[in-house]
Design a protein around this ligand. Structure first.
Ligand code: FAD
Length: 279
């Protein structure tokens, strides 16, 4: 029998997770309940994070950076007035997750902890240079989203750890865009692309999703594109670098070859979106 616990404080939750080998944190339960029903996981304790103050909501920090609590639901992220300009890519990605029911249930922390390679937040957070705060009994650490996914469904998250927040740089006024190709509206991505123009308008940050275990970014290729956004050959060169980094699989959402072919298309479309926003 699984015991469901509803601690009021993070310390209480972390203490149970540290003490019980088979305890799991639960956010919205959007994925976890289905996994449990299918007996993919058999936790002794489900530690709900729902009542813990401080894990929810989006706020501007005194230095202008944005903090998103791990329990923030997708619908809140999709409608946040704080995620503007260079950070609106995250708002756009949240709005493209599944359907209203899932957006009301699912949380950013649960989604990132689950680390589905096709999840919408991973490329959007990578494009924003997000930093995760991860807590465990007796301490916490910070980790770049780019160092977080280690392999297919494998992350740097250790037993007993909980993602508590995401910190994003202060929003810049430059535009950002999220493109997702899926079989039908509301499905996970076959491939996706998150893109933001740099503050001076001369360069881009671009991250590809669903084409490998984690989001793909190539900062060196981004550097090489600075000042050349109107040069189609230079844009193609960046897209080719991302194709070379990709490690997609064949699955029900598309073949690996199809995914590779989508990357240059998504990069071009994302850039068009940014340019349209500038007009
Ligand atoms: C029908 C359906 C369609 C979906 N479509 C999409 C889609 O198109 N795009 C997309 O991106 N996602 C999609 N999702 C996933 C959805 O975004 C969920 O948010 C996500 O799966 C996590 O759900 P949750 O936040 O309720 O976490 P839970 O289900 O509660 O937990 C998920 C996992 O993460 C662990 N966990 C939860 N919170 C934390 C935390 N703070 N720290 C550490 N570990 C934690 C749990 O132990 C569990 O292993 C879909 C889900 C469903 C059910």
């Amino acid at each position: 029998m699984t015991q469901i616990l509803q601690p009021e404080t993070l310390d209480e939750a972390l203490a149970v997770l540290a003490a019980e080998d088979e305890a799991m944190p639960m956010s919205g339960g959007a994925t976890l309940v289905a996994m449990k029903n299918a007996r993919l996981v058999e936790p002794t304790h489900l530690v709900s994070l729902d009542r813990i103050a401080g894990l929810r909501g989006i706020a501007t920090l005194p230095d202008g950076r944005i903090r998103i609590g791990a329990m923030t639901r997708h619908f809140e992220t999709a409608s946040s007035a704080l995620l503007t300009g260079s950070l609106s890519v995250l708002r756009q990605a949240a709005g493209k997750i599944a359907n209203r029911v899932v957006r009301n249930m699912g949380t950013m922390g649960g989604s990132v902890a689950n680390a589905d390679p096709a999840a919408d937040y991973l490329p959007a957070l990578a494009c924003c240079d997000a930093v995760l705060t991860i807590a465990r009994a007796g301490g916490e650490r910070e980790l770049s989203i780019l160092d977080y996914v280690e392999d297919w469904y494998e992350t740097a998250l250790e037993e007993g750890e909980v993602i508590t927040a995401f910190t994003l740089p202060a929003p810049e006024e430059s535009p950002s865009a999220y493109r997702k190709i899926a079989r039908v509206t509301g499905d996970f991505a076959t491939a996706s692309c998150a893109m933001a123009l740099t503050a001076d308008g001369q360069g881009i940050r671009v991250a590809i999703g669903a084409c490998g275990p984690g989001p793909l970014r190539d900062p060196e290729a981004e550097q090489a594109l600075i000042g050349k956004l109107d040069d189609p050959d230079a844009v193609t060169a960046l897209a080719e670098r991302l194709v070379a980094m990709a490690d997609p699989i064949d699955d029900v959402r598309g073949t690996a070859d199809y995914r590779l072919a989508l990357i240059p298309r998504l990069v071009r479309q994302g850039l068009d979106d940014l340019k349209k926003d500038l007009r």
